[in-house]
Design a binder for this molecule. Structure first.
Ligand code: PMT
Length: 402
């Protein structure tokens, strides 16, 4: 899968830089065109001569070549690359990337990169375990960067623990899998209906009942399904997100009833429906046609009536060959509630996320899920960026139909 790919190999100043030579050799052997970008500290560990001999290109380290004044454009490099791999990534470079400290060519290239970024940390076990390193790595993950976790083993310091850079062969496997997935058109010819975001249930012309859904999870699913070749219809409640690029038709709605109506007109021709929206279960019985005044009322009662359940309504009229996936956002009894929603709504799969897990659920850029299928299979995933979670969910949907 590496053949013809443009890869930036970023090398920072750590002892594991010796492994970058093997990584570079493997990438070139696999047919990739590799541009090495090294930090000034990286050059203390490995010479640019070795790296340029192996890559067949001058190594970039400074913003310009001192004797000729030739400018090295980090922006052009960022546009050229199909992916960027930073291996090894030291604690210091990770901190700079996480916080945008653009004081060398490698960090400016990272900040300009339009392509996916893979980061392979390498450091001593205590640095790896420090809360600041954890926080910085989580920040990078939240930007959608892929972290290639370090291994536990014998370290250069003589100590044993977590911090060994992943082996070059394994890093190449990660990249191979990434390119394979990216070129995967497994959903070509399929129509995927996705609901996303919150619903707003009007109280009067200026007030509503809503929730904290940002739409990020549903939009990430739309992007992933479209990347795999699907025709996507994204029915979205009120959110402030741009529609991802690709074959995605967005239908904006406000209330649960509007969301149901939009889904009903798309459902029969859909092959897959994913109900990711956080739909309000109740709406005010009466919507005041004028702004309700504070007046003298010491208290106010709002009478609510049940909204239609979109997933259950469509689940009851599904046809053969359709795959239906719901979500369950829980605060307790997560798995039991998830399984019960799966049965009640006649779904094939439910994605459970819990408000008890840090970084999961509403608003943020990450989520932590367990997938439950109608066959009774369960699969839990670690905390990941919402785009990675979307890829995991769609992998699980594809496994259902195998
Ligand atoms: O948008 P983000 O900020 O990225 O957050 C993502 C998310 C937390 C909203 C998402 O991951 C999620 O969990 N979505 C479902 C939230 C929810 O409302 O769950 P629920 O357990 O109340 O509903 C169960 C299922 O029935 C869901 O698939 C829901 O879309 C569907 N439902 C619920 C009520 C209703 N009236 N109609 C429905 O279709």
């Amino acid at each position: 899968m590496l053949k013809g790919k443009h890869i930036i190999l970023g090398i920072t100043g750590g002892i594991a830089a010796y492994k970058s030579v093997s990584l570079l050799r493997l990438l070139v052997k696999g047919g990739a065109e590799v541009q090495v970008v090294i930090t000034p500290a990286g050059k203390e560990f490995i010479t640019p001569v070795t790296l340029s001999a192996l890559s067949g290109k001058p190594v970039v380290s400074e913003f310009f070549t001192a004797n000729t004044g030739e400018w090295h454009s980090h922006v052009d490099l960022g546009l050229w690359a199909d992916c960027m791999v930073i291996a090894p990534a030291t604690a210091s470079s990770i901190a700079k990337m996480a916080n945008g400290v653009a004081d060398n060519m490698l960090i400016t290239t990272y900040l300009s990169a339009k392509s996916p970024v893979f980061i392979a940390p390498a450091m001593d076990l205590d640095m790896m375990a420090h809360p600041s390193t954890h926080r910085n790595i989580e920040l990078l993950r939240s930007y959608g960067n892929n972290i290639i976790e370090p291994e536990t083993g014998f370290l250069a310091s003589g100590l044993t623990g977590k911090g060994r850079m992943e082996e070059p062969e394994k890093i190449v496997e990660v990249l191979d899998r990434f390119f394979e997935k990216n070129e995967n058109q497994s959903l070509a010819g399929k129509k995927v209906l996705i609901t996303a975001g919150p619903t707003y249930e009007a109280i009067d012309p200026v007030r509503f009942i809503g929730n904290y859904s940002s739409g990020k999870m549903g939009f990430a699913l739309a992007a992933e399904a479209s990347r795999r070749g699907a025709e996507v219809v994204l029915v979205s409640g009120p959110v402030s997100l741009d529609t991802p690029s690709g074959n995605i038709r967005r239908v904006d709605v406000r209330s649960a009833r509007e969301m149901l109506a939009a889904c009903e007109s798309e459902f029969d021709t859909a092959d897959i429906a994913i109900f990711c929206a956080a739909v309000a279960d109740y709406a005010p019985e009466q919507v005041a046609d004028r702004k309700i005044k504070r007046g003298d009322m010491p208290e106010m009662t709002l009478r609510l009536v049940r909204n239609p359940d979109i997933a259950a309504t469509l689940g009851s009229r599904r046809r053969d060959g359709q795959t239906l996936v719901g979500f369950a956002l829980e605060t307790d009894n997560e798995m039991e509630n998830g399984r019960s929603k799966l049965r009640r709504k006649n779904l094939d799969m439910v994605v459970v996320n819990s408000m008890r897990d840090a970084g999961a659920g509403f608003s943020g850029d990450t989520n932590k899920i367990t997938v439950v299928t109608a066959e009774g299979d369960e699969k839990s995933f670690p905390l990941k960026s919402k785009s990675e979670v979307a890829a995991d969910i769609i992998d699980c949907i594809e496994d259902l139909s195998v």
